[in-house]
Design a binder for this molecule. Structure first.
Ligand SMILES: *[C@@H]1O[C@H](CO)[C@@H](O)[C@H](O)[C@H]1NC(C)=O
Ligand SMILES: *[C@@H]1O[C@H](CO)[C@@H](O)[C@H](O)[C@H]1NC(C)=O
Length: 356
């Protein structure tokens, strides 16, 4: 036994840990677990980020000051994914103890994969753009080009967010490994771009009033990114209406190239803001280590909902258990002049339904 272990350790020392193979980026692991928590405290060593291709390594070294925003971007993307999918059979769970943070689920070219790629690449663009506007990096800043004439009752001021820079970072970094001539690479490229485009399409004019006691004598405005929730809601709609594609092989001078073509010609073809996929999702009802499904046993379901979060659909027809749970809550709150609120603590009894 000791001997076998010894050989194993030796092999690891000689070859390094076996590379993790996934159809999605391993560097996303920067966004979870201890790698993320150490970002703020320790200088980033680009060579220690797992799964970078040479182009990404160069990018990391050149732009090391924005790498924390890149990681932050993937994190807000994943958090948004977990919010959007919270009541669904697959709920965007990540595993912390593995570099492949989504397990095998995203190895298939499904709608779920399409969504996660789009929201992660949007997250990176968003977080980098925000960091630049907040002045936390020296190589980027505000966008002073898109000004135009001021409007009625307001003038330009503040810092317009420079989505082009954020998009450039997301494109150069997140898409760097998506240059293979295969179908999955084409799908990832398309969905990454769809995510980024959604930000530029939702920019709005944000204004602030200046003047005596909040009057709006002087108003200054700048271009701002929307709340990331807006992007999440929008991409969730795109998930629901994602376009199913089929893979086509062509022979080109550089060899075989796979491209994607819409499966159904009677639907309108996907635009650059639509999500595309070409493999069907598992139903995620039962645990299956091969597909990465956790199953829905013990998941909390909503008894009154007829949607996917309802007990019928979420539990895949297996039925549910009900127990009561006592929760302490604030109650009988009184506003005291001036200015605080005092509350009592009450215990309320809830019915909790979980899938069998
Ligand atoms: C998401 O699913 C996992 C696996 O079934 C479960 O452990 C977790 O509690 C779920 N999260 C939410 C917010 O429902
Ligand atoms: C359960 O579903 C109903 C109907 O869709 C909804 O009004 C209610 O807020 C849901 N409850 C929870 C706890 O999500």
């Amino acid at each position: 036994m000791v001997c076998v272990l010894g050989v194993l350790v030796l092999l690891l020392l000689v070859n390094g840990p076996a590379p993790v193979r996934t159809s999605y980026p391993i560097w996303w692991s920067l966004a979870v677990g201890h790698q993320y928590s150490s970002l703020a405290s320790q200088p980033i060593l680009c060579s220690s980020i797992p799964g970078l291709v040479p182009k990404q390594l160069r990018f990391c070294r050149n732009y090391v000051e924005i790498m924390p925003s890149v990681a932050q971007g993937v994190k807000i993307g994943i958090q948004e994914c977990q919010h959007q999918f919270r009541g669904r059979r697959w709920n965007c769970t990540t595993v912390n103890d593995n570099l492949a943070i989504f397990g095998p689920v995203l190895d298939r070219a499904t709608r779920e994969s399409a969504f996660v790629h789009a929201i992660a690449s949007a997250g990176v663009a968003f977080a980098v753009t925000r960091a630049c506007a907040e002045g936390s990096a020296t190589i980027c800043g505000c966008d002073n080009r898109r000004k135009g004439p001021p409007g009625e009752g307001w003038k330009w001021g503040g810092c317009s967010e420079d989505v082009d820079f954020g998009n450039m970072v997301s494109r150069e970094f997140a898409d760097a490994r998506e240059n293979r001539p295969d179908a999955r690479s084409a799908m990832n490229r398309h969905n990454n771009e769809a995510g980024r485009t959604s930000i530029a399409d939702h920019m709005y004019l944000k204004c602030k009033c200046h003047g005596l006691s909040g009057s709006c004598e002087v108003k200054t405005c700048w271009w701002s990114q929307p709340d990331f929730r807006v992007i999440g809601d929008y991409m969730k709609d795109k998930y629901d209406s994602a376009s199913e594609m089929v893979v086509e092989k062509h022979r080109e001078s550089r060899g075989w190239v796979e491209t994607l073509r819409p499966r159904f010609t009677y639907f309108k073809p996907p635009t650059e803001t639509d999500l595309v996929y070409y493999e069907t999702s598992p139903n995620f009802c039962e645990p299956n280590p091969e597909t990465g499904s956790f199953g829905t046993r013990d998941r909390a379901c909503n008894l009154t909902s007829h949607g996917i979060d309802g007990c019928d659909l979420l539990c895949c027809g297996r039925g549910h258990n009900t127990r009561t749970e006592a929760r302490k809550e604030k109650c009988h709150c009184i506003f005291h002049w001036c200015c605080y609120v005092s509350c009592q603590e009450c215990t309320r009894i809830y019915d909790v339904h979980t899938c069998k």
